[in-house]
Structures are given as C-alpha cells and as structure tokens.
Design a binder for this molecule. Structure first.
Ligand SMILES: C[S@@+](CC[C@H](N)C(=O)[O-])C[C@H]1O[C@@H](n2cnc3c(N)ncnc32)[C@H](O)[C@@H]1O
Length: 195
C-alpha cells in the first residue's frame, strides 16, 4: 500500500507543479542550512560512491553530487510528478536514476548503498513513517556507509525525535549531531559499522 494521507502523496503530486518549482528550484531553501554545513560537508566524500537521495523532489542536489565524483545517484520520491520532472530536468546527467517508491520503503537491496541523504523530508512525514525509513536506511547501507539527514526535534515538532530515540535506533552505528541554523531540527551524520 502506498502511504497517502494529509501530508501524503496527493499533496506532493500537486506540489511538483507550483510550490516545488517556485521554491525548491529558486533556491529559497538555502542549501547552506544543510549541504554546506561546515561540520557536515567534510563528511560527505561522495567520490566513487553510490548515493541515494531519499525524498529527492526535483533532484536539487544531483548535479553537486555527480560533480563531486559520485559513481551513481539514485533519487527516490513517492510523488510521480516529482520523479517525472526530475528525470526531465536532469536527463543530461549520466549515471543518475529517479525512482518512485511507496512512501515507506527504500527500493534498494540490503547493503548496496554507500551514502543516503535526506534533506527536507522528515519534516513532512508522520513519525511512524520516518521511523520505518530510519530502519530502512540501516538495511540498505553498506558497512561504513553514511546517512546524512535533517531530523525534526521532538520539542518543536509532532513528528520529531529526541536525541535519545535516535541514539537508540542507531545504537549499532556511530551518530553525530550538528545543530542546524533553524533550531527545530538537527542535522545528523550516522556511520554504520562493519566492513
Ligand atoms: C520539501 S521537498 C524536498 C525535496 C528535496 N529533498 C530538496 O531538498 O529539494 C519534500 C519531498 O519529499 C517527498 N516526500 C514526502 N513524503 C515522502 C515519503 N513518505 N516518501 C517518499 N517521499 C516523500 C515529497 O514528494 C517531496 O518531493
């Protein structure tokens, strides 16, 4: 079953046409809040890596990821309009694929991905969906893989997480918390253990 409620799939199907084009592509969401965070950028060595962008929208980060030498970029989003537009906008970029998912699971095999990035996704998901995705991330990441994400804080957001909850979910991984410019979420970098 595809996840679809208030802030669900139908909302994001419409959003690909107006709000996303106007805001996301115009860069109103300043990437310095996330992708260029000084503590985080040093951790994102994408060279020769397979990078999966969860809730990729229009694929805003794909060109930066590929310019930095990634082997492959997989954008995943549950909105068919986002996926379709992203494919068109970035059709000239090689080794890139955009995939529609069910809104709950990650369409990738166990331990097949080096880096998962989730930017501006979990703010829009009910908590049980986000939690399911966090376990999915652990499933698809290779040993030594990294997960870089914005996670809403529990104090300010209904769907948010406390630091303790995240430490428990990722108890078998290393986890670092980096304050974002906006105080209602953290940036986290998780590194899985093992070869
Ligand atoms: C604010 S946009 C961010 C897009 C992109 N990450 C960026 O930073 O430009 C949120 C995206 O998450 C997608 N999304 C929301 N809930 C989702 C879910 N449960 N599963 C997969 N994608 C989801 C939406 O379709 C939308 O494209």
């Amino acid at each position: 079953m595809v996840y679809n409620d208030n802030f669900g799939r139908d909302f994001w199907i419409g959003n690909a046409d107006d709000i996303a084009r106007a805001r996301i592509l115009a860069g109103i969401y300043d990437e310095k809040l996330f992708f260029d965070h000084p503590s985080i950028v040093a951790q994102i060595d994408v060279k020769d890596k397979t990078v999966l962008d969860l809730g990729c929208g229009l694929g805003r980060i794909v060109r930066r990821v590929m310019e930095r030498g990634a082997k492959k970029y997989i954008g995943v989003d549950f909105s068919p309009t986002m996926v379709e537009r992203a494919r068109k906008i970035h059709e000239d970029v090689k080794n890139v694929e955009f995939v529609e998912n069910d809104g709950k699971t990650i369409p990738a095999g166990d331990r097949t991905v080096d880096i998962v990035i989730a930017e501006l996704l979990f703010q829009h998901c009910p908590k049980e969906i986000s939690k399911g995705y966090l376990y999915e991330v652990k499933r698809v990441l290779k040993g030594g893989g990294k997960f870089i994400a914005q996670i809403p804080r529990d104090i300010t957001y209904l769907g948010g997480f406390s630091e303790a909850e995240l430490r428990e979910i990722f108890s078998d991984c290393e986890i670092g918390f980096f304050d974002a410019t906006l105080q209602w979420y953290y940036n986290i970098v998780v590194t899985t253990r093992g070869p």
